[in-house]
Design a binder for this molecule. Structure first.
Ligand SMILES: Nc1ncnc2c1ncn2[C@@H]1O[C@H](COP(=O)(O)OP(=O)(O)OP(=O)(O)O)[C@@H](O)[C@H]1O
Length: 301
C-alpha cells in the first residue's frame, strides 16, 4: 500500500455509516421539466435519462439553460413543472435543498471552481466533510482531504495553498478534489476545461475519464469543448428549443438532420476534433490556441 493509503490508518468502526450505492440503471431521470424566470421560459417539457457509469456530455448554445438544468438536478433551482429523480430519490418533491437527503452522494464542480478564497485547498475539501460528517476526527478529516487533493492530480504541497496562489488548472483540480470529498456516485462538472490551455484541458479530460473508470462514477458534464466530447463522453445530450432535442453517441448525433447539430459537429471545429479523434486524439488541441475552447461561432446556430 502507498504511504497515502488512508485505509492503513483508519479503523472502519470510526467511520460514519454511508448509504448503499445506487444499483439502478438510471441515476438521473428527468421528465417533463419546465423552468422559467418570469416570462422567460428556459425549459419546456424537457426529459433526459442518464445511464449509470456513463460520462454524458451536455451541449447547447449559450443561454440554452445547461447550468439551469444542472442546478435543477441538484435542487438549487425549483422547477415550475416536471419530475427529477437522482439515485432513486425525488428532487422535485423536496421542500428545499436541505430536504434532499442524497446531497452527500453527488459532487459538483461549478464553473470557476467556487472555492472559498480564505480557506486553503485542503480546508476547502474539508468543508463538505465537516458539513455532512461533523463527527469525523479532525486528524482523519485532514488525511481524507490530503488524499482527495492528490487524487485530483495536485501535488501534496498544494493542499496548504490558498486559491489565489493557484493557476487556473490547479483551481479546477482543487474544485474537483472538493467535489470528490464525500466519495460521490454522481459527479457534476460545469465547463471544467473552459479557460484551460489545450494541454491542461486534455490532462483534465484524462483525469475525469480515469476517475469515472476507477471510482465507477456517473459524470454529468456540461461543456463547449468538442475535444472533451470526442475524447471522453459516452453519450452527448443536445439542448435546443428549450428541451433535449437529441441524446446519443456522436456518430448517432451526426446521423441526425438537425441544423444546429450538423453545424456544431460538422463545423470547422467539430471537424478538427473529429480528425484529431481519428488520429488517436490530442493533436486537435495542440493545433489550436488556448481560447479556441470558446465555441461562440456555433452557438445558437
Ligand atoms: N437566476 C436567474 N434569474 C434570471 N434568469 C436567469 C437566472 N439564471 C439563469 N438565467 C437565464 O437562464 C438562461 C439560461 O442560463 P444558463 O446559465 O443555464 O445557460 P447556459 O446554457 O449554461 O449558458 P452558457 O453556455 O453561456 O454558460 C439565460 O438566459 C440566463 O440569463
Amino acid at each position: 500500500m502507498s504511504e497515502h493509503d488512508i485505509s492503513e490508518t483508519v479503523d472502519e468502526a470510526e467511520l460514519p455509516a454511508v448509504a448503499e450505492p445506487f444499483k439502478g440503471e438510471h441515476p438521473i431521470v428527468i421528465e417533463g421539466l419546465k423552468n422559467s424566470f418570469g416570462d422567460h421560459v428556459i425549459h419546456e417539457d424537457l426529459s433526459l435519462t442518464v445511464n449509470r457509469g456513463e460520462i454524458i456530455g451536455v451541449v447547447g448554445g449559450s443561454g440554452t439553460g445547461k447550468s439551469v438544468l444542472m442546478r435543477s438536478i441538484i435542487g438549487l433551482q425549483i422547477p415550475d413543472h416536471g419530475t427529477i429523480e437522482v439515485l432513486g430519490s425525488s428532487i422535485t418533491d423536496a421542500r428545499d435543498d436541505d430536504d434532499i437527503d442524497i446531497r452527500s452522494r453527488w459532487g459538483v464542480l461549478f464553473q470557476g471552481g467556487a472555492l472559498f478564497s480564505t480557506l486553503t485547498v485542503a480546508e476547502n475539501v474539508e468543508v463538505p466533510l465537516l458539513e455532512f460528517y461533523p463527527e469525523i476526527d479532525p486528524e482523519l478529516r485532514h488525511e481524507i482531504a490530503r488524499y482527495k487533493v492528490m487524487l485530483s492530480g495536485l501535488p501534496e504541497e498544494a493542499a496548504a495553498k490558498y486559491p489565489a496562489e493557484l493557476s487556473g488548472g490547479m483551481k479546477k483540480r482543487a474544485g474537483l478534489a472538493r467535489a470528490l470529498a464525500l466519495d460521490p456516485e454522481v459527479l457534476f462538472l460545469d465547463e471544467p476545461t473552459a479557460g484551460l490551455d489545450p494541454i491542461g484541458a486534455a490532462a483534465f479530460d484524462r483525469l475525469t475519464k480515469e476517475l469515472q473508470e476507477t471510482l465507477g462514477l456517473t459524470v454529468f458534464l456540461i461543456t463547449h469543448d468538442l475535444d472533451t466530447l470526442y475524447e471522453i463522453c459516452d453519450r452527448v445530450a443536445v439542448l435546443a428549443e428549450k428541451k433535449v432535442i437529441a441524446v446519443g453517441t456522436i456518430p448517432e448525433l451526426l446521423a441526425l438532420d438537425h441544423p444546429w447539430i450538423q453545424e456544431y459537429f460538422n463545423g470547422p471545429r467539430g471537424r478538427a476534433a473529429q480528425d484529431s479523434q481519428a488520429r488517436g486524439g490530442k493533436a486537435s488541441r495542440d493545433a489550436k490556441s488556448a481560447d479556441s475552447v470558446d465555441n461562440s461561432n456555433v452557438e445558437g446556430a
